[in-house]
Design a protein around this ligand. Structure first.
Ligand SMILES: CC(C)(COP(=O)(O)OP(=O)(O)OC[C@H]1O[C@@H](n2cnc3c(N)ncnc32)[C@H](O)[C@@H]1OP(=O)(O)O)[C@@H](O)C(=O)NCCC(=O)NCCS
Length: 150
């Protein structure tokens, strides 16, 4: 299992992976409607606004995550269906948190779907995140729990 920083030429593969997760898939068209494309993400990586990490297994893209070091947001975390349950999500999430902590993020947060039926729901809670605001049936804001102590 290789975990390494995301490069611009990885991005088309990672967008394809995001579109085929078992739960919560997000298509290229949905992301493009939000102004998020491989090109816009490449600029953000190049400028240092975003930092991404990916996991390769058997020479395949198994999962990835990305953070925005300006806002403290964990932007995305996705593991391919055939690689779920192997500890890749946990490893990438820890890397994302460590990256934001290294950039002295005042608040480490993410947006998720508040559906207890989704794997991500229990996963984030088990990894030390907690809900701070439910915005709608489709969106809640979660923060990393170490901030409770500060
Ligand atoms: C959520 C996701 C990232 C988890 O990745 P993963 O690689 O399967 O997770 P891991 O194998 O690293 O699991 C880590 C831990 O979470 C635990 N876990 C997973 N789902 C859980 C749940 N529903 N409740 C409690 N714990 C859970 C696992 O048991 C494991 O615990 P352990 O480390 O003590 O063994 C992955 O399922 C995914 O990509 N889902 C689709 C995309 C998505 O929803 N992304 C989040 C969008 S906000």
């Amino acid at each position: 299992m290789l975990v390494r920083k995301t490069q611009a030429d990885d991005l088309p593969h990672l967008f394809a992976l995001r579109a085929r997760t078992r739960e919560n898939p997000v298509s290229l068209a949905q992301l493009e409607a939000l102004g998020i494309t491989p090109s816009s993400s490449a600029i953000a990586l190049e400028q240092g606004w975003h930092i991404g990490w990916l996991c390769e297994l058997d020479g395949c893209y198994a999962g990835f995550c990305a953070v925005d070091v300006r806002s403290g947001e964990m932007l995305v975390l996705a593991v391919a269906p055939e690689y779920e349950g192997l500890g890749i999500g946990r490893k990438l999430l820890a890397q994302a948190v460590a990256t934001l902590q290294a950039h002295s993020a005042a608040r480490i947060w993410l947006s998720a779907v508040p559906d207890p039926g989704l794997r991500a729901y229990g996963f984030y809670r088990q990894q030390g995140w907690h809900s701070v605001q439910v915005l709608s049936a489709d969106e809640e804001i979660m923060e990393y729990a170490s901030q409770l102590a500060s």
